[in-house]
Design a protein around this ligand. Structure first.
Ligand code: GAR
Length: 209
């Protein structure tokens, strides 16, 4: 599997993927921001990088077309969104259906969108975490494949939660990517299998501290 990772920021999830000894190969990293530290991480690992600035494209669809072109050039099989903070157009998502994953810092379907840690605290939730899911046109709504769950502690803040969720993300994202790279998980016409059986429920991993 030839993998492209799309990033906008620090790239700690990219790093976890690079460190994970996947059976697929990360062949390129695309960022919509030239100052993303993730680009440095990719360069350190001798991986091709490409900056496609969303500000240079007045329309979402032309930005997405540039992304698509780069992915084709790299002959990518799997697209991994790792802190990529742009909403993708429905037509782009459709072209990568079943071949694009995202990680989101909440226990979906709770807290789609932004400020997930503060929203979990404000709601008085006892647990929080992150979700790896297939990307569909509807934001943060594709089939969840795995979730990492932690207990919220009385002294947690949005920042401590963000840090703790990050640590969990670095475990579950490479795990799910490997499912696809190794063929343990397949996707065909909207039908997902895991170990040759129909997949229905996301795998839940508990990380208690
Ligand atoms: C991660 O926490 C990821 O879940 C989140 O951005 C962070 C990126 O961190 N993604 C989203 O919020 C997407 N909606 P990283 O750049 O260190 O991997």
């Amino acid at each position: 599997m030839r993998i492209a990772v799309l990033v906008s920021g620090s790239g700690s999830n990219l790093q976890a993927l690079l460190d994970a000894n996947l059976s697929g190969e990360v062949v390129g990293v695309i960022s919509n921001r030239s100052d993303a530290y993730a680009l440095q991480r990719a360069a350190n690992a001798n991986i091709a990088t490409c900056v496609i600035k969303h500000s240079a494209y007045p329309e979402r669809t032309t930005f997405d077309a540039a992304l698509h072109q780069q992915l084709l050039e790299w002959q990518v099989d799997l697209v991994i969104l790792a802190g990529f903070m742009r909403i993708l157009s429905a037509s782009f998502v459709q072209q990568w259906e079943g071949k694009m994953l995202n990680i989101h810092p909440s226990l979906l379907p709770k807290y789609k969108g932004m400020h997930t840690h503060q929203r979990a605290l404000d709601a008085g939730d006892r647990t929080h975490g992150c979700t790896v899911h297939f990307v569909t046109a509807e934001l943060d709504a594709g089939q969840a494949l795995a979730q990492g769950v932690l207990n919220i502690q009385p002294n947690d803040t949005a920042q401590t939660l963000a840090d703790r969720v990050h640590t969990i993300e670095h475990h579950i994202y490479p795990m799910v990517v490997e499912w696809l790279c190794s063929g343990q998980m397949t996707y065909q016409d909207g039908f997902i299998t895991y170990h040759q059986a129909p997949f229905s429920e996301p795998e839940i991993l508990y990380f208690n501290s």
